[in-house]
Write a protein that binds this ligand. Structure first.
Ligand code: UT7
Length: 379
């Protein structure tokens, strides 16, 4: 029997703190007018000191699992698309796996810049369609505020923090992720990069002094690249899915710049009501922007069962990707009974206790081994 990868759960998390264009105008030589007219951004969210990519990813994931009424212990795989992981390793996906108590799940991070979530959706859905897995949690999460140079007006006005999660589930109902197109052109890698902190330029006093741990971007070239690939990738994914442009209910692009989205919509001849834009509230949240946009589109009643959606990402790498989805879940989803919510919270508490006990176990084990080695050494 044919298998399909349906999106059955969704959730988002953004920090409470809002940074407006006017706030930025007090920090660098810019203005609300310049930012609005050149990008469409009005405000963005900034993580509190204790918030990280993992904490936002966990909250978005918990909402997605609640919407789907799914048990984290039954997840097969967790993919976190991010350019701002909590650590270079372990993977942020493993921090999410631990916090959710997803004891059966594999977990890895995926690095494809702002395209990461769309790449991850393609990977996760293929894992399901191939028959390898039944439930895959796909997350896009970023804390870009930690790698922004707050004195560089070329970049600091553009980005924001947040996370979005989608739960993919195997189904025999036709639909879900119908096609995916992935692209890359590494020759443009230095147009958008974080130069230091990797094996080429490990962190040092010099790299910090030279500001190499901040986002470096050639905005104009990225703009040109994005306007070139967005509509093209959407067309390719539609052709692969055998879906006509006229049958698209909603176009959800990476939310980097309103002018890029407008150019793509114009090229695809899509009317404004078929184009989703929310970047005025969040700025560019990189790999989190597409899942956050999808969550808000659902919330606003702009997605219905059997609708065809196109989602497109583009960004560092250079990378780009598009997926076509036929929505398979009736909306709105009924609220779960209170006891289920309480049961779920209890499970997360238990996951935290379990994690603590296991950490303690590792510590005791290594202390015992140290004692053993010392005693044997003194013989
Ligand atoms: O997620 C994927 C990664 N990023 C993107 O998708 C970003 C893609 N690029 C863009 O969105 C746009 O290129 C920007 C919004 C970054 C810049 O807009 P632009 O219309 O391409 O501006 P520009 O780079 O051509 O700069 C125009 C002028 C420059 O001044 P001069 O050289 O003409 O005197 C900039 O210095 O605007 C100046 N400028 C600013 N002025 C006020 C640049 N940033 C600012 C600013 N406030 N924040």
């Amino acid at each position: 029997m044919a298998r399909y990868a349906q999106i059955v759960g969704w959730g988002m998390c953004v920090p409470n703190q809002i940074l407006t264009n006017d706030d930025l105008a007090n920090m660098v030589d810019t203005s609300d007018d310049w930012i609005r007219t050149r990008t469409g951004i009005v405000e963005r969210r900034i993580a509190a000191p204790k918030e990280t990519t993992a904490t936002m990813a966990i909250r978005a994931a918990q909402t997605a699992l609640r919407v789907a009424n799914a048990n984290p212990a039954k997840l097969d795989l967790i993919i976190v698309a991010t350019a701002t992981p909590d650590y270079l390793f372990p993977a942020t996906a493993c921090l999410v796996q631990d916090a959710l108590g997803a004891t059966r799940a594999g977990a890895f991070d995926l690095s494809a810049g702002c395209t990461g979530f769309v790449y991850a959706l393609a990977v996760g859905s293929q894992m399901i369609i191939s028959g390898a897995y039944d439930q895959v949690l796909v997350i896009g999460a970023e804390t870009l505020s930690r790698i922004i140079n707050w004195t560089d007006r070329n970049t600091c006005v553009l980005f924001g923090d947040g996370a979005g999660a989608m739960l993919l589930q195997a189904s025999d109902v036709p639909g879900g992720v119908l096609s995916a197109v992935l692209g890359a052109d590494g020759s443009g890698g230095d147009l958008l990069m974080l130069p230091a902190g990797g094996s080429r330029h490990p962190a040092s006093v010099e790299t910090v002094a030279q500001g190499l741990h901040y986002i470096h971007m050639n905005g104009r070239e990225i703009f040109r690249f994005a306007t070139r690939v967005t509509a093209k990738a959407a067309r390719q994914a539609l052709a692969e899915a055998n879906v006509n442009l006229e049958d698209i209910a909603l176009f959800i692009s990476h939310q980097a710049n309103g002018r890029i989205i407008e150019a793509a919509a114009k090229s695809l001849k899509l009317p404004p009501e078929k184009v989703f834009v929310n970047l005025e509230h969040y700025g560019n949240t990189s790999s989190a922007s597409v899942p956050i946009a999808l969550c808000e589109a659902i919330e606003q009643g702009r997605v219905k069962r059997d609708d065809h959606l196109v989602m497109v990402g583009f960004g560092a790498g250079l990378t780009w990707a598009a997926v076509v989805i036929r929505w398979g879940v009736p909306l709105p989803v009924p609220r779960p009974p209170r006891w289920r919510v309480a049961w779920r919270l209890a499970r997360y508490r238990w996951a935290a206790i379990r994690s603590y006990l296991r950490r303690l176990g590792w510590k005791i084990l290594s202390a015992v081994i140290r004692l053993f080695v010392r005693d044997n050494g003194s013989d």
